[in-house]
Design a protein around this ligand. Sequence first.
Ligand SMILES: [Zn+2]
Length: 64
Amino acid sequence: MPRQIEQRVTCPYCGEPQTILIDPSVMQQSYIEDCQVCCRPIEFQVEVSADGEDVSIMTMTDNE
Ligand SMILES: [Zn+2]
């Protein structure tokens, strides 16, 4: 079963913290998921290091 990394991010619309799960086997991924609080679409851009230990996440509003 693939390991998943739990990360905390902040919604760019309402500023509320979100918990998302990252699949570290994909080194570059971007996707859109609705905020768990305000339900607006957050665009996530995720980069995972080669060893799968280091994850960086950028969050953007859909219309930027
Ligand atoms: Zn929100």
